[in-house]
Design a protein around this ligand. Structure first.
Ligand code: PMP
Length: 360
């Protein structure tokens, strides 16, 4: 039986990537050992690091005036790294709170600076919408403006760009990075925990515009000090080498698939199929306004919540794993990141349709 893993993260990785890693585990790059066991200062690993950065720059069209960092501490590690590193730029930060993760970023940033929340969700006709901050609400003296482009828990994706003038736009893209084409030049900092579209958990990718490297608080720990890590090519401390290696295999896989233009097309098709099935059903419902429905995390509810456990048990038995929604919002969630093939989505729709026929 085919297993399709809908976990929100750590999430499934492309089968081809796992097979390559398996084949190279004992003998990587002719070294006679695994990539985990060689020095990050040796030529083979440095070459891997340089190639992966060059690949990512090509895939995302990252302009030359941005640094790319491969750090530790996952997504939440950036919740404190961003305020620490931009601290001298301004006395406060501004935030759009569109769900659980952007709220978490405020809780952490508040330890270091004053935070204004200038946009939150609102509900119209039982559908969740996101407030779009007005240009007049932006405080030009703010250190940065933070938002989360895809709320993994809630299933909310924001497709517009906040207009923040000269205030650097900082985006948590943990759960939709590399899922579609993006104009990196609009952002001051893009960061992402790796465990959805990049690789194993623990690794964090940070893309930062050069002019923002000069504002760190003096007491910022060196491991999380962007300028220090940029100067040392992310090797001030020992980087998470195995995770970095897996990320490099994922970047190869993206290029083999035809890059982000192709990946985006497949992701659009997957989301379209699943949402149109849910939207056409009275048995299942999604509670997000259509323009904010995430293409990565599809949240849905059964009209009769008493059937939740049966749905989860039977879907799991059918090889459709990890569909339980986050405990804070309940219901179901199908995470359909890059590595989820179209067949996985079709199999889910077939199961949901049959479950509805039997129980509806
Ligand atoms: N931001 C977003 C959007 C996330 O989805 C997550 C994790 N699911 C995080 C931040 C936190 O990442 P980590 O658990 O790696 O700290």
């Amino acid at each position: 039986m085919n297993i399709f893993n809908f976990s929100a993260g750590p999430a499934s990785l492309p089968k081809e990537v796992l097979l390559k890693a398996q084949a190279e585990l004992i003998d990587w790059n002719g070294q006679g050992t695994s990539v985990m066991e060689v020095s990050h200062r040796g030529k083979p690993f440095i070459e891997l690091a340089e190639k992966s950065e060059a690949d990512l720059r090509r895939i995302m069209s990252i302009p030359d005036n941005y640094k790319v960092l491969f750090l530790q501490g996952g997504g939440r590690g950036q919740f404190f790294s961003v305020p620490l590193n931009l601290y001298k730029r301004g006395k406060r930060s501004q935030h759009l709170v569109s769900g659980q993760w952007s709220k978490g970023a405020v809780v952490e940033a508040q330890k270091y600076m004053a935070c204004d929340v200038i946009g939150e969700n609102f509900t119209v006709a039982n559908l969740i919408n996101v407030t779009r901050p007005e240009a007049s609400q932006i405080d030009s003296s703010a250190a940065y403006f933070h938002y989360c482009t895809n709320e993994t828990v809630d299933g909310i994706e924001i497709n517009w760009l906040p207009e923040t003038g000269d205030v650097p736009l900082v985006a948590d893209m943990s759960s939709n990075i590399l899922s579609k084409q993006l104009d990196v030049s609009k952002f001051g900092i893009i960061y992402a925990g790796a465990q959805k579209n990049i690789g194993p958990s623990g690794l964090a990718l940070v893309i930062i515009r050069d002019d923002l490297l000069d504002f760190a608080r003096d007491d910022t720990p060196s491991t999380f000090h962007y300028a220090t890590q940029a100067k040392k090519d992310s090797m001030y401390n020992t980087p998470p080498t195995f995770s970095w290696y897996l990320a490099s295999l994922v970047f190869d896989w993206i290029e083999e698939k035809g890059g982000l233009a192709q990946i985006e097309k497949i992701n659009q098709e997957k989301a379209k199929r699943l949402y149109s099935f849910i939207n056409n059903s009275d048995f299942y419902s999604n509670r997000i306004a259509p323009q904010y429905q995430s293409k990565m995390n599809v949240t849905f509810y059964l009209a009769d919540e008493a059937l939740n456990q049966a749905f989860l048990t039977q879907s799991n038995d059918a090889g459709l794993h990890a569909l339980k929604g986050h405990r804070d919002v309940g219901g179901m969630r199908a995470s359909i990141y890059n590595a989820m093939p179209l067949e996985g989505v079709d199999a889910l729709i077939e199961f949901m349709s049959e479950f509805e026929r039997v129980n509806g």
